[in-house]
Structure formats: structure tokens, C-alpha cells
Design a protein around this ligand. Structure first.
Ligand code: MN
Length: 256
């Protein structure tokens, strides 16, 4: 059996013959990368119902936090800046809930772009709501207008972490699609990579088996089978170990 990797969806507007048909959706590239790495992706709808969240969480061997909208700043104790972009309150609730369960339970987590920000907020950290208005106008451009699978800027990777295990080297080129970034790193997490302007491009928990996040989109570069794909392999391997340890536990004794 393959490890089950949960990916929380987003609301997608789909118009057919001038009528709206709201949908849940996730970019195909996330599922493709998880499948190629040996995992079984499952796409989850949005909900704040506790028993549904209990049920969905119980299915998972790993949690993939995908890219997407801004996280509402009320979740990290700030009011919305005028440069705050689109938010989806129900997605915030669904993902923060599942992510906090995963952190409390040491379930493997891999955060991508918004997912890195979500992981940081779930663990108590904060964000720049808009890099250029809050972190300084001299920061580099973190949004590219050209093909997604091509890199846009370099990052410097620290020693001794999962990302470095994937890259094998201290400097790599990555794509960039974000206007927000991690500001204060959550307690228990360390920075694994930075852009040349200091913006945080990688995070990892020092207390968890696998709670790893990157600010770029490795799923869009995973077909190269380089460090981008290796990150998915490391995540799916950790999830497979988790699945095996869970399934080998004795069944709980029936309640008297
Ligand atoms: Mn960037």
C-alpha cells in the first residue's frame, strides 16, 4: 500500500454557458509529483466541521500544504494591510486545523509556497503580508512572469537539514511566485534557505520527524528529477514510514 497524502483543495470558479459552477480544485502538478514519488494523493474539500476533520485526518499518512491565496492575518494577530491579496477563510480554517493536528501528532508535513506560510502560522509564527511594502522596497522580485518550470532567483541553503539533503549543495536556482513571506519564524523551527535579499525560502522543524517547507514551487520543476523531485521523495518516504508504524500498532482495546 502507498502512503496517503492529503492535499487540501481551494475553491475554483468555473463558468459554463454563463453559469457559475463552484468547484474544489488543486493544480495537477502536486498530485503528479506525489504519485511520481510513490505516494497516493487525496484531495480534500474545505470544512470547519469537527467530526469531518477528525475523519479526514484519520485517513492521512502525510499532509501536503499547497500554494494559493494569502492567509488572513488575523490568524497571526495582525490587521489586514492594504496590499493583502485574495483570502479564503474556509481554506485557512481547514488547513490550520489539519496542520495543527499533524504537528501535535508528528505526522509528516510538506509545505509549498502558501504552505510554508501556513505551517509557520500554524506553529505560532508571523508573515510579511506584502514583501515590498513591509520588508523593504529593495528586496528582489519574487514574482516571475515567465514559464513556471524555469528558475527566477537563487537561494543559499544551510547545512544539516532535509532541504540540503535534497540539494546536496549550498546554492540552487528556484522559481518564485509569492508576494508574502515568513517574518518571525515559529518557535521550534529553523531557516533552511534564504534568497540573496534575506527573504526566507525554506523552513524545517527541529522537533518533528518531517515538517519541511519551501517558499517556491518544486512541483512545477519536479519533472527534472533534481532536488525538486528529491524533496517529494523525502516527504513520501517519511509518510511511508509513518504508514507502516501506524499499521503495525496493535488494535486499541475495546472500551469497557
Ligand atoms: Mn522567492
Amino acid at each position: 500500500m502507498k502512503p496517503v497524502i492529503g492535499i487540501v483543495s481551494r475553491r475554483v470558479s468555473f463558468i459554463y454557458q454563463q453559469r457559475p459552477y463552484p468547484r474544489y480544485g488543486v493544480a495537477i502538478s502536486y498530485s503528479d509529483a506525489v504519485m511520481a514519488a510513490g505516494g497516493a494523493p487525496v484531495i480534500l474539500p474545505l470544512t470547519d466541521e469537527r467530526t469531518l476533520l477528525d475523519t479526514y485526518y484519520g485517513l492521512l499518512d502525510g499532509l501536503l500544504l499547497a500554494g494559493g491565496q494569502d492567509i488572513h492575518p488575523l490568524h497571526y494577530g495582525e490587521e489586514p494591510h492594504r496590499s493583502l491579496d485574495q483570502v479564503d477563510p474556509m481554506r485557512d480554517i481547514t488547513e490550520l486545523d489539519l496542520c495543527r493536528r499533524a504537528l501535535a501528532d508528528d505526522l509528516p508535513i510538506f509545505g509549498i509556497c502558501r504552505g510554508q506560510q501556513l505551517l509557520n502560522v500554524a506553529a505560532g509564527g508571523t508573515l510579511y503580508q506584502d514583501i515590498h511594502s513591509q520588508a523593504g522596497e529593495d528586496r528582489i522580485r519574487h514574482f516571475q512572469d515567465f514559464t513556471q518550470e524555469w528558475p527566477s532567483h537563487s537561494i543559499l541553503v544551510e547545512d544539516n537539514n532535509r532541504l540540503r539533503m535534497a540539494t546536496g549543495t549550498s546554492k540552487v536556482l528556484i522559481n518564485s511566485y509569492h508576494h508574502q513571506a515568513v517574518k518571525e519564524v515559529a518557535e521550534g523551527f529553523k531557516v533552511t534557505a534564504r534568497a540573496p535579499d534575506g527573504i526566507i525560502e525554506g523552513l524545517e522543524s527541529v522537533n518533528h520527524t518531517f515538517a519541511v517547507a519551501v517558499q517556491w514551487h518544486p512541483e512545477l520543476m519536479a519533472e527534472r528529477r533534481d532536488f525538486n523531485f528529491r524533496l517529494f521523495q523525502l516527504f513520501v518516504e517519511a509518510s511511508a514510514l509513518r504508514a507502516r508504524s501506524r499499521k503495525s500498532l496493535p488494535a486499541p482495546a475495546p472500551q469497557a
